[in-house]
Design a protein around this ligand. Structure first.
Ligand SMILES: Nc1ncnc2c1ncn2[C@@H]1O[C@H](COP(=O)(O)OP(=O)(O)OP(=O)(O)O)[C@@H](O)[C@H]1O
Ligand SMILES: [Mg+2]
Length: 464
């Protein structure tokens, strides 16, 4: 094996592997193609050649059709299996249109006669080089765009996200209360922080409270504080979240999980800007902006009498709805770049991008866990990868086996519940049943995971 040329800037370099048992011819190709930004690796036999393809991941492979051992046609098959994006040119001493057709059908990009015409090969290489330059240019553009379309810590350039940014910017100056809704992992907390950071009270406290984690009996005390002796265990006076956030912003995350009693108290605070510590008769004034967030459909909860209508109207005077990732797929490339950059720095890895085939897999995946799931997947991938680009094998099993669509051959469309369930089961399977990891990766709570699984058990036993 011999290597020609300088591997200068590996991003711009075109890597070519040439495999031919005729060493004379190999030398000819290597000399012919050798130029700036082209690195040629050569091998006189097919197995070493295939290893080279695996190791160097070239954009172009030139293969002799007739060789001892593995034939050029078999080699072509293996290369296409490895990465269908690699261009393969087959060379032959004896042209036949049948084998040419077979080669093209198997995925070869061209079929040339030996001795190869210098011009033809050069043409191919030139066009690949210019494609490479275009991709490099795109990457630079993407990075420039990334800077441009970063809003607080939020990334996006799709119409719904730009609209969301605009609303946040306008509302931040004036709001007293805002409701943020959106499915799990769509960035509700991030949006809340952006609202606070752009508000006139940005230098004041930002206090987040996860309402679903509040123990019902202690919720009021957590929110509004208590005085010593107010209940067993209240050994001293204690300020609640609203007092701590005085002069700033409170985020009431998962506001749909508040008990009816806490809802009533909250409404009073919003109306009067006054709180009362549990067990205390006196009233304190607080100056707090309130952001409520939820992934639930509060209107449906109102119908079921699980959420107060008056509180809903109070909270939703300004309402920001975050789109799902599926609704803004055009943001995927930018988000991928954003997370890869971040994790590469975090893990000290030379990862700079993502391969085309990995990108196309990610764009086919439905992302039920939205941005959090994308973030987790790319975090794992950056940790796993050895290369400069995240590739298919760095992605989790369940994404590699995403079906192009969840439509059955009979044409019946699966319901979202069915897709969700099937997806959760697939993820769980790929993680050997580890529910904690599955919930993390999917970006959902363990409780939600159990609920989905419980539903699917009912269904399977024919009860549901
Ligand atoms: N537009 C965005 N750009 C970059 N990162 C984002 C964006 N939106 C969300 N993220 C990231 O995705 C993750 C999930 O976001 P966040 O916690 O705000 O979602 P959420 O809607 O509050 O989710 P949940 O409903 O599960 O509480 C976070 O790590 C956040 O940094
Ligand atoms: Mg959240």
């Amino acid at each position: 094996m011999h290597r020609v040329d300088h591997e200068n800037n590996s991003d711009l370099a075109l890597r070519v592997v040439a495999i031919d048992d005729d060493e004379q011819h190999l030398k000819f190709i290597a000399t012919l193609l050798s130029q700036d930004n082209v690195v040629v690796f050569t091998s006189p036999d097919s197995q070493t050649g295939l290893n080279l393809v695996h190791a160097k991941h070239p954009q172009l492979v030139i293969v002799d059709l007739v060789m001892p051992g593995m034939s050029g046609m078999d080699l072509l098959q293996r290369i296409v299996d490895f990465d269908p994006a690699i261009e393969v040119i087959l060379l032959t001493g004896h042209y036949s249109s049948e084998s040419a057709v077979e080669a093209i059908q198997k995925g070869a990009c061209d079929y040339l006669n030996k001795p190869v015409q210098a011009e033809k090969l050069q043409e191919r290489v030139d066009s690949l080089l210019s494609e490479l330059r275009n991709r490099q240019h795109c990457l630079e553009l993407e990075n420039a765009l990334l800077d441009k379309y970063q809003f607080a810590a939020m990334v996006g350039r799709s119409a719904p996200m730009l609209e969301t940014f605009r609303r946040i910017r306008r509302v931040a100056q004036h709001f007293r209360t805002v409701l943020i809704t959106g499915e799990t992992g769509t960035g509700k907390e991030l949006a809340a922080k952006a609202l606070h950071e752009m508000s006139p009270v940005a230098s004041g406290p930002f206090v987040a409270c996860n309402c679903s984690a509040l123990v019902e009996t202690l919720a009021e005390s957590e929110l509004f504080g208590h005085v010593k002796g107010a209940f067993t265990g209240a050994v001293q006076d204690r300020a609640g979240i609203f007092e701590t956030a005085n002069g700033g912003t409170v985020l009431l995350d998962e506001v749909g999980e508040l008990s009816p009693a806490a809802q009533a108290k909250l409404l009073r605070v919003l109306q009067n800007q006054e709180i009362q510590r549990v067990g205390s008769p006196s009233v304190r004034r607080v100056d707090v902006r309130v952001i409520a967030a939820t992934h639930r459909d509060l209107r449906a909860m109102i119908k079921e009498q699980r959420f107060r209508e008056d509180l809903f109207y109070r909270l939703s005077m300004v309402h920001i709805t975050l789109p799902t990732l599926l609704e803004r797929k055009e943001d995927l490339p930018m988000l991928q770049q954003h997370f890869i950059k971040r994790f590469a720095a975090q893990y000290g890895k030379p990862v700079r991008g993502i391969t085309r085939r990995a990108q196309s897999l990610l764009s086919r995946y439905p992302w039920p866990g939205n941005i959090r799931e994308l973030e987790n997947v790319l975090g794992n991938a950056c940790m796993m990868t050895d290369g400069e680009a995240v590739d298919i094998e760095d992605l989790p099993e369940y994404i590699r086996h995403t079906e192009p669509s969840e439509i059955s051959p009979e044409g019946t469309v699966a319901t979202l519940d069915e897709v969700e369930r099937a997806h959760v089961c697939r993820v769980l399977e790929s993680l050997a049943g580890n529910k904690v990891r599955a919930a993390e990766l999917l970006g959902i709570s363990r409780a939600k995971l159990y609920r989905i699984l419980a539903d699917s058990d009912l269904e399977n036993s024919g009860v549901g």
